[in-house]
Design a protein around this ligand. Structure first.
Ligand code: GLA
Length: 394
């Protein structure tokens, strides 16, 4: 049997995307763009629904992202062409930023620029062409990569000395205050500050972080269940509220401050659903740190066990998985055994599972998933074989 060498999305991917953005810019605006910027999407290896509890997460930036070709303008007008959206063009003035009920994508541009202008009110307009390859609504942070790409673009166009953590906070502000999603900081921060070939352990309490190399023989193997994500925002915001209630019960600012022993000793006093939510968050924080250390030691047996425990906790305690994601995890687990790890990733309610797969097993996993997933769930899976890339501000 010949040894299989997986076809990873080549590093030149961004180069091609940048060339495309430049070409499209020339078509739209009849001149060359001054700059072309890129920001990556992300996959989270461990620590879901912990970021808004001041906890720990372990994401990596991936080689799928958003690219923007841009030129500055003398006036305050923003003209955008979004190549991958149905209604592709939009124009607005920086003097009058209002929420667009029809054209959702434009709100990411508007919200992000509003957050940027709160600190840098002197920026002027721009002509922009946007293109990207992060699948939308799959839990790989297409919107965070869009926000960070906008911030990178404007920081370059107007020589603003913006560093990555501030950019991430502005992206999150756009989501929280303009778009209306109460997300945490993970997605924007990894898109801004990820390091090539590394995963990042981020402490969401003080935004300090440390990187761990992803062992060379492992592939970030992402499978999209292709289940249309439903009720995402309302369920997400409900989970946040439930976590806040438990924190309030203990009189602390966030669940990060509660230990498992404290939670267990209050079991009889806490509503059983809230108890499960809190148990997920507290144990998931520990799993993020354990996985980070295991990555550094290339200890696959531990990674495998911990990823399994995380999926179970997201499924049973936090209740954000779906039967299709559970099915994908079970299928992949049956091939990998202790040679790799797999879990659902991101906010949940559909979207992707992530697996750490030895290069030598990639083809086998792909084959088994291709045949069994469709047989059991009547859906075709999509595969993203990723490498960890550099964040836009690193
Ligand atoms: C979404 C949010 C993140 C995080 C994850 C769950 O991706 O944007 O802030 O809460 O869900 O871990």
């Amino acid at each position: 049997m010949s040894k299989y060498v997986p076809q990873l999305v080549p590093e030149s991917e961004n180069v091609e995307q940048k060339q495309l953005a430049q070409q499209l810019f020339e078509q739209q605006f009849k001149c060359s763009a001054q700059i072309v910027c890129h920001a990556p999407g992300r996959v989270n290896l461990m620590g879901d629904h912990t970021d808004y509890n001041d906890g720990f997460v372990l994401p990596a930036a991936i080689n799928y992202g958003t690219t923007i070709a841009a030129s500055s303008r003398q006036d305050n007008v923003i003209k955008v062409y979004a190549h991958d959206c149905e209604q592709q063009t939009n124009e607005f003035s920086l003097n009058e930023i209002t929420f667009d009920q029809q054209l959702m994508w434009t709100n990411y541009v508007k919200g992000t620029l509003q957050a940027l202008m709160a600190k840098y009110p002197d920026i002027k307009g721009a002509n922009l062409v946007v293109t990207g390859n992060v699948p939308q609504g799959a839990g790989l942070s297409s919107s965070a990569s869009f926000e960070i790409a906008i911030l990178k673009t404007f920081s370059q166009l107007y020589q603003i000395d913006l560093e990555g953590v501030s950019a991430a906070l502005m992206g999150q502000q756009a989501e929280n205050n303009f778009v209306g999603c109460n997300c945490g900081i993970m997605d924007q921060l990894i898109s801004a500050m990820g390091q090539k070939n590394h995963a990042m352990l981020l402490d969401c309490k003080d935004l300090s972080f440390e990187d761990a190399a992803i062992p060379e023989d492992l592939v970030l193997f992402i499978v999209n269940s292709n289940v249309k994500r439903g009720l995402v925002d309302s369920e997400y915001n409900l989970r946040r509220k439930q976590c806040e209630k438990v924190a309030l019960y203990f009189g602390v600012s966030a669940l990060r401050e509660v230990t498992l022993a404290q939670l267990n000793s209050a079991k009889e006093q806490i509503d059983p659903v809230l108890f499960k939510r809190a148990r997920h968050v507290i144990t998931e924080n520990t799993r993020a740190i354990t996985t980070f250390n295991a990555l550094k030691q290339n200890n696959m047996a531990t990674i495998s066990t911990v990823m399994k425990a995380s999926h179970t906790s997201l499924r049973d305690d936090f209740e954000v998985s779906t039967k299709e994601m559970d099915g994908l995890v079970a299928i992949i687990e049956s091939v990998l055994g202790a040679n790799g790890g797999v879990r659902m990733t991101g906010g949940g309610f559909g979207g992707c599972v992530v697996a750490l797969v030895p290069k030598s097993m990639v083809e086998q996993v792909k084959d088994v998933v291709s045949s069994r997933y469709e047989e059991e769930f009547f859906l075709k899976p999509s595969f993203y074989l990723c490498t960890a890339t550099q964040g836009a501000f690193r």
